[in-house]
Design a protein around this ligand. Structure first.
Ligand SMILES: Cc1cc2nc3c(=O)[nH]c(=O)nc-3n(C[C@H](O)[C@H](O)[C@H](O)COP(=O)(O)OP(=O)(O)OC[C@H]3O[C@@H](n4cnc5c(N)ncnc54)[C@H](O)[C@@H]3O)c2cc1C
Length: 456
């Protein structure tokens, strides 16, 4: 079960010669066309302008009224949609993926369905069943994408639990989980059993309707996992808000019992850990130990965290302790410690432990690549990198060119569904978009060089 360091060192690290130097100075932009670079610069500049992000939805409605649906749609396609979204049809998504693969990058498809965290609007089972179909199609699409022979078991996709189970249910489960002494009723093993048998689960904190919804949600989650595993697609479950995350983690743990055992060739279901939360390092250590004790494989997507403003607002409103780190430096330190922990686990347990370093941060990426080399973790092994489509291509391209496994998180779908999703993501990642100044400067320099005929 243990992946010995000897095996690791035989594939990479000091024994394989010098370490590939990573250069994030935009040199890798030579791989991209001038039109693509110009669009990236324009869109990143626009997104760094706060009013556009704050009033994005109103501006979209206004432009539709003024320019008409077709023209405003065409403008969006040529700009924001074209920059951050793969497309609408299977052919468009495949085209986008082929362009990425030619650059040494891999797709991480994400279905942009979501429930408003505070809304009670989406409560009908039909909405969740529709999302289940979309997830299954996403598995098919991920699997059917043009692939190179070395992709076996390396196809990944993102999954959002609140597309398949209501936020309301996750909130109620979280309140129950947080109460001392009641956890046995909601053990991952019990939920996993209910998933498998389809027998009605009765949880005392939920009413009849909620119990039925829990059962239906468990069966939806299990269906996606089963379908994905059969098609060799690994599921990376998103982390969301702290008022529902414990329930999401419980559901992931239940899926892990069923789908992350070594005989399944797991981990097929990974959880996401947000370094901006104060308790994340401790939780990550505990969960890793728990998985090891239970003989389960362990998959982690490590992020800084996207819901900072909302988390702080909620804790302020409720008069509770702010769950997030006090400042950016503390979040970065936490990210670094979690990264170190995960890389040392990978170096000890090999393919039983998988990690996606999901960050645009150059320092975090450098730390990961340096430690991978020191620990002898192979570039095509269980550690990979993740960035959003249309963001930080200078980092993704440099990593891809150096032989690391790099995934671009790709939303896809029709304009009407995806634009509100993008605007919400942009609002949550305001600081990131505003911080993309270095990328803008690198893009600008490359474009000037081409204009003056020096780069090509
Ligand atoms: C492939 C992929 C998958 C993702 N999946 C998820 C997910 O499932 N759940 C999720 O929540 N996010 C997810 N994200 C988003 C991620 O959490 C970050 O918001 C985003 O990547 C920016 O962080 P960074 O490390 O890339 O960049 P950086 O610019 O280095 O970091 C910005 C981040 O630092 C933190 N930060 C900024 N200011 C402060 C402050 N004053 N105090 C404390 N912390 C601060 C915030 O987390 C902010 O997002 C994902 C990102 C990627 C690339």
């Amino acid at each position: 079960m243990l992946w010995t360091r000897r095996v690791l060192y035989s594939q990479a690290g000091p024994s394989s010669g010098g370490r590939q130097p990573l250069n994030f100075d935009g040199e890798a932009f030579h791989l991209k066309g001038t039109g693509e670079l110009a669009r990236a610069l324009l869109v990143l500049r626009l997104c760094a302008w706060p009013p556009l992000v704050t009033h994005g939805l109103a501006l979209q409605a206004w432009s539709q009224r003024l320019l008409g649906l077709r023209l405003s749609g065409a403008l969006l396609r040529a700009s924001v949609y074209g920059q951050f979204v793969a497309g609408e049809t299977q052919e468009e998504v495949e085209g986008c993926v082929q362009r990425l693969q030619a650059l040494g990058l891999r797709p991480l498809l994400a279905v942009p369905t979501e429930e408003e965290p505070d809304s009670a609007a989406q409560t009908g089972e039909a909405w969740y069943e529709g999302n289940l179909d979309a997830m299954l199609r996403c598995v098919d699409l991920s699997r059917g994408l043009p692939e190179s022979p070395d992709l076996a078991g390396k196809t990944l996709m993102q999954l959002k639990v609140t597309a398949l189970a209501s936020t309301r249910l996750c909130k109620d489960l979280t309140s129950w989980i947080m109460k001392p002494g009641v956890s046995s009723e909601l053990s991952p093993e019990r939920l996993a059993e209910a998933m498998d048998s389809g027998q009605n689960l009765q949880v005392s904190c939920l009413n009849t309707e909620q119990n039925q919804h829990l059962q239906a949600s468990l069966s939806r989650l299990n269906r996606v996992a089963q379908y994905a595993q059969a098609r060799q697609v690994r599921l990376l479950v998103d982390a969301e808000y702290t008022f529902i995350n414990p329930a999401l983690s419980l559901l992931v743990a239940a899926l892990a019992v069923r789908w992350n055992s070594p005989r399944e060739g797991g981990p097929w279901v990974w959880n996401t850990y947000q370094a901006y939360l104060k308790d994340t390092h401790e939780r990550l250590r505990r969960d890793a130990e728990g998985a090891h004790r239970a003989g389960l494989a362990f998959g982690v997507k490590l992020v800084r965290g996207a819901y900072l403003e909302k988390e702080r607002k909620v804790s302020q409103l409720q008069g509770t302790e702010d769950p997030t780190q006090p400042d950016y430096e503390a979040t970065s330190q936490s990210y670094s410690r979690c990264l170190e922990l995960m890389l040392s686990l990978v170096s000890h347990h090999g393919p039983m432990c998988h990690l996606m370093v999901a960050s645009h941060n150059e320092e975090s990426v450098r730390q990961a690549t340096k430690r991978m080399w020191e620990l002898g973790i192979p570039l095509d092994g269980p550690v990979c990198f993740g960035q959003l489509l249309g963001m930080c291509d200078h980092v993704s391209l440099a990593l891809g060119q150096a032989g690391y496994m790099v995934y671009k998180s790709i939303p896809y779908g029709c304009l009407k569904e995806v634009i509100p999703y993008l605007i919400r993501r942009a609002q949550e990642n305001r600081s990131v978009l505003q911080g993309a100044r270095r990328e803008q400067a690198l893009l600008s320099r490359e474009l000037w060089q081409r204009l003056l005929g020096r780069a090509e």
